[in-house]
Design a binder for this molecule. Structure first.
Ligand code: GTP
Ligand code: MN
Ligand code: MN
Ligand code: MN
Ligand code: MN
Ligand code: MN
Length: 203
C-alpha cells in the first residue's frame, strides 16, 4: 500500500510522522507514551440497494471532531497494554468482558516520533449479531457523550463514483487511524488491494 505513487499529500503526511515498528523495538523506547486501539468488526453480507456492505467496523466520532478507533492511552496504573486497552474499551464502548482483547488480537505498532507516542493496534472479529449488540451497549458507556460523540460504521462500498468509501476516507482521522483502517482492511482482505487503492486515490 505504501508504495502506491498516487497517494496524495494527506497520506504522505501521516506516513512521514508514523512508522511501523516491531513490538520488541517499541518496548525499548523510553519516554514514549503508549496507546492502544482496536478494530472491532464483523462480516456483513447485508445488501444496500443490491451492494454488499462487506463488513461492519466500529469507529467513533471523537470529542475533538476527528474519527478514530475505540481505545486510548495506557495509564501508569494499568498492569499492561492489553489491560489498559480493555479498560479504555469498557469506558468508551461499555465492552462486555467476554469480548475483551488478548495478546492474540495484536496486529501491529506504529511510533509517532513528533508526539513521542507508541500506537499499538489490535483486531477482533465478532459475529454480526454480537456487533449490533455491542453498538447498542456502547450508547450507555461512561464516556458516551463525553470523549465519544457517536459510533460510526465506515461505508466500505462504492455506490457511485462519489458516494461511499472514497468519500469516507476523506474525513479527518486522528493520528494514523486512516493507516490503521486501510492496512487492516487489506490484511483481512475485506477489500482486494487494487480495489482499496482505487478508493484512496483521492486522498
Ligand atoms: P483520555 O482518556 O482523554 O486521555 O483519552 P484516551 O485515553 O481515550 O486517548 P485517545 O483515544 O485520545 O488516544 C490517545 C492518543 O492516541 C490521541 O491523542 C491520538 O493522537 C492517538 N489516537 C487516538 N485514537 C487513535 C486511533 O484510532 N488511531 C491512532 N493511531 N491513534 C489514535
Ligand atoms: Mn431513506
Ligand atoms: Mn478514553
Ligand atoms: Mn480514546
Ligand atoms: Mn484515557
Ligand atoms: Mn479518559
Amino acid at each position: 500500500l505504501r508504495s502506491n505513487k498516487n497517494f496524495g499529500q494527506k497520506w504522505s503526511k501521516i506516513l512521514d510522522d508514523h512508522q511501523t515498528i516491531e513490538l520488541e523495538q517499541a518496548n525499548k523506547l523510553v519516554g514514549h507514551k503508549k496507546a492502544a486501539h482496536v478494530f472491532l468488526w464483523a462480516k456483513n453480507d447485508q445488501k444496500l440497494w443490491g451492494i454488499s456492505q462487506l463488513a461492519s467496523i466500529m469507529m467513533q466520532m471523537r470529542f475533538d471532531g476527528y474519527i478514530g478507533f475505540p481505545g486510548g492511552l495506557i495509564d501508569p496504573e494499568d498492569s499492561d497494554i492489553v489491560q489498559g486497552l480493555n479498560r479504555e474499551l469498557e469506558e468508551e464502548i461499555n465492552l462486555e468482558k467476554e469480548f475483551f482483547c488478548t495478546q492474540h488480537d495484536y496486529f501491529f505498532t506504529c511510533v509517532c516520533h513528533s508526539r513521542k507516542l507508541v500506537l499499538h493496534f489490535y483486531v477482533k472479529e465478532v459475529s454480526h449479531d454480537q456487533f449490533k449488540a455491542m453498538e447498542q451497549k456502547s450508547l450507555v458507556a461512561e464516556e458516551y457523550g463525553k470523549e465519544v460523540l457517536g459510533i460510526i460504521r465506515p461505508p466500505l462500498y462504492k455506490i457511485s463514483p462519489n458516494k461511499g468509501f472514497s468519500v469516507f476516507v476523506q474525513s479527518n482521522f486522528i493520528g494514523n487511524a486512516l493507516v490503521q483502517l486501510l492496512k487492516t482492511i487489506d490484511h483481512l482482505k475485506i477489500l482486494k488491494t487494487d480495489e482499496l487503492l482505487s478508493f484512496i486515490d483521492s486522498c
